[in-house]
Design a binder for this molecule. Sequence first.
Ligand SMILES: Nc1ncnc2c1ncn2[C@@H]1O[C@H](COP(=O)(O)OP(=O)(O)OP(=O)(O)O)[C@@H](O)[C@H]1O
Length: 214
Amino acid sequence: MFVYEIENLLFSYDTKFTLKVEKLQISKGITYVKGPIGSGKTTLLLNLAFLLKGTWKTFKFFGQGVGDDNFESFRKMVTYIPQHPVLLRRTVFENIAYPLLIRKFSKEEIVRKVRKVAEDLKINHIFEKKAEQLSGGQAKLVCIARAFVFDPKVVLLDEPTANLDELAKGMLYSFLKVRSKETTMIIASHDEEIFGNVPCNAVLQIKEGKILKS
Ligand SMILES: Nc1ncnc2c1ncn2[C@@H]1O[C@H](COP(=O)(O)OP(=O)(O)OP(=O)(O)O)[C@@H](O)[C@H]1O
């Protein structure tokens, strides 16, 4: 079964730009989205994250048709990680725990899951820091930890290596490789290094809002 099956998806901000996806099938594992600046990578990710809503002929998520009645519920099954980190003005621990708190996980489960993902991303030593005290790279890793902590079905990553140094990038590559066994990821990136370090199932080339090759 495909994770996404889409035919004739159209989305416009205004008359200047239209995302036009004629046919798209995304399997489990990792898919990369490549394309020039302004070609529509972020717009595609936001549509796949159920954060922007276009029109379509077919839009299936794990085999289920997407419509007005279930659009919001699908949004809860995926996470979009923006290029620029956005955090709550709380501690690192509280930020990572937030998706578990709103999903009503027990206190023990929250502590266990937050510790695990923070250890994997080597950010457990900054639990008590406030979001505003973090470097750009640390904030990015906290956003990534928060996205994965509740084991979403799909994570959409927009330029995940932006703001990271070589050491953090290497650690992130290993983390994504391990997590891709359980979680489907769609990664938009200009970073050629990530393509060589984290193997994928497919690469989508996007130009002027259209997918050229998949
Ligand atoms: N909120 C918005 N309102 C109007 N136009 C927008 C909006 N966001 C993006 N656009 C336009 O849509 C087009 C696609 O933008 P998008 O951010 O999807 O491209 P991208 O491929 O992700 O670019 P980059 O590589 O720079 O991140 C661009 O022409 C952009 O100016």
